[in-house]
Write a new protein. Structure first.
Length: 561
């Protein structure tokens, strides 16, 4: 969402304003393949920032559409990390309508619309707009923020817990730049606290999620972004001790596409490659458009070839960086139906042998993990077309999102799971609410229930319910930096108690393996009665998970392809 992006920029500005300029007094870490100096020291928070550490070789040339590789040795100079990078990215046109729709809802403006959104498509003359100057295919870098106390205690046998952030953004936008100062401060509130914070970039859009039978037959690797994340997590296992971290106390967390990525990491390779390179996970609003159809994957790949006037993967690899970035922009921006992003995780028979929900149901995942999961009350609103006002429009949206869904499944969804009954019998009283619930459960909230049942109800689960509780509005709470809250802007932090509680839940979970917060009721496990902790302006109370229902049980079977 646009709000999250704005907040990220503000956070980055705050961070830059709080650090020293580069100087020779900042510490240097020897990674073996390179020497990396801290970019700055935050005097207020008492932590070093090691920015833009290369964790993989540049994915260009023959390595474009290839699995990440180890970086080359370069010890001739000290890397100061002063060159920021983000991966090539683009957002779909419908997101502009969605953002305005949410703003209108919040402000109480009229929201009715009867004009369907039809992706306009692009042509050869459609220009590539100006790009962020940090944009580069050579973007596989990560940041390490480490408190001075932890860094000074390196090698003394007391490694610190590590929090690793995986950003969201629909798998087509996003970057590692968030300010973790609030989280690091919250970790200091935990007994024997403080954590190390890590955030990585990963490839996006066509460059991170191309797939399909032809693509794979030509040597292309699917789910590259997930492999990038895995490679970064393995980097943490190998190198975090050099910063004072404990590789056996790693907690990964992330929201939206970041949370969905975490579910794919938990179920990676169907659990057949041993323990995953982390011990705990906090997926927040884990979501992705489940794509199992080989036909759909093939269609997307052929469209990429057509846009670039290419006939093979070899020709795609030979394109200039500007050409492939433009093709990704055109495809994501102009080809994505409402509520979709064209690219995202796919069932590839390798990293993702089946949908994560299926793998969790079958026990094919790393069961040694500890999990805390969260979702928001109104996850589906942003992704649901505001013009849906009939069953016909709702069915059309289902077919747009799942283009190869069987007729029998469409009928079951629209007549049995989400029937057109608006008398309060079901959790909706209008066609839009009906479609929004469908989107919320199919793409986001049912995933949290799959984790609970997959881990035999021994997870922790929370519900973010601060109005309007739209998708993504918990991120400012996760990265709350203290100070005054905005009582008048519900798109920002409006409740300091919940912000501090959420941060302490995350950091205490990372440190102690169970979430707790000062002055807040006990956070119990999910349990057989599906308990979740609701975070709301009216208080923090235990409620029953509404995702423990037959609708979610049906979606878990992946009968949409």
């Amino acid at each position: 969402m646009g709000t999250s992006s704005i907040l990220q920029l503000l956070g980055a500005a705050t961070l830059l304003g709080a650090v020293h300029a580069q100087n020779s007094s900042l510490p240097i870490v020897d990674l073996g393949y390179e020497l990396h100096q801290a970019s700055g020291f935050n005097e207020t928070g008492g932590f070093y920032n090691f920015s833009n550490i290369r964790y993989a070789a540049p994915p260009v040339g023959d390595l474009r559409f290839a699995a990440p590789q180890a970086p080359a040795e370069n010890r001739s100079t000290v890397n100061t990390g002063d060159s920021g990078r983000i991966c090539p990215q683009a957002g779909p046109l419908w997101s502009r309508i969605a953002t305005q729709f949410l703003v209108n809802l919040v402000l109480g403006f009229p929201t009715n619309s009867s004009t369907p959104f039809v992706p306009p498509g692009s042509n050869d003359s459609t220009p590539l707009p100006p790009q962020d100057p940090r944009t580069s295919e050579d973007c596989l870098f990560l940041d390490v923020f480490v408190p001075e106390r932890i860094f000074s205690a390196r090698g003394k046998g007391c490694g610190a817990p590590v929090l690793v952030w995986i950003y969201g953004g629909g798998y087509v936008v996003g970057d590692k730049y968030n300010n973790p100062a609030g989280l690091l401060a919250a970790s200091g509130n935990v007994s024997d606290g403080e954590v190390i914070y890590v955030a990585m970039n990963y490839r996006l859009g066509a460059l991170g999620f191309s797939s399909g039978p032809t693509y794979q037959a030509e040597g292309g690797v699917s789910n590259l972004a997930l492999l990038d994340q895995r490679f970064a997590l393995e980097w943490v296992q190998k190198y975090i001790h050099l910063f004072g971290g404990d590789p056996e106390r790693v907690t990964i967390f992330g929201e939206s596409a970041g949370g969905g990525s975490i579910m794919h990491q938990i179920t990676a390779y169907g659990g057949l490659k041993g323990p995953v390179p982390f011990q705990q996970a906090v997926p927040q609003s884990p979501g992705w458009l489940p794509m199992s159809s080989q036909v759909q994957q093939e269609d997307t790949y052929q469209r990429l070839l057509n846009i670039t006037n290419s006939s093979s993967l070899a020709e795609l690899r030979a394109l200039s960086s500007e050409e492939i970035i433009r093709a990704n922009y055109l495809q994501v921006t102009y080809d994505s139906p409402y509520g979709t992003y064209t690219y995202g995780p796919v069932v590839d028979g390798f990293f993702t042998p089946q949908q994560p929900g299926q793998l969790l149901a079958q026990g094919h995942f790393d069961k040694s993990l500890r999990v805390m999961v969260g979702h928001n009350t109104n996850e589906g609103t942003y992704f649901t077309p505001p013009y849906i006002n009939s069953t016909a429009a709702a069915v059309a949206q289902i077919r747009s999102v799942f283009p190869h869904i069987p007729n029998s499944s469409v009928e079951h969804i629209s007549e049995t799971l989400y029937p057109a009954v608006f008398d309060g019998t079901y959790p909706y009283t209008s066609e839009f609410q009906r479609a929004s619930l469908l989107t919320s459960e199919a793409i986001f909230t049912c995933n949290t229930h799959y984790l609970g049942t997959g881990f035999k109800n021994e997870t922790y689960s929370y519900l973010f319910a601060i109005p309007p509780a739209f998708h993504g509005l918990d991120v400012p709470y996760t990265y709350y930096e203290g100070g005054a809250v905005s009582a008048l802007n519900p798109l920002e932090v409006t409740n300091r108690t919940v912000a501090i509680a959420l941060q302490e839940f995350i950091t205490s979970f990372a440190i102690e393996g169970r979430p707790s917060a000062d002055g807040i009721r006990q956070f119990n496990m999910y349990g057989e009665d599906a308990r979740v902790l609701e975070l709301n302006v009216t208080g923090i109370e235990e409620v029953m998970d509404t995702n423990a229902n037959e609708r979610c049980n049906w979606w878990q079977k992946a009968l949409y392809t």
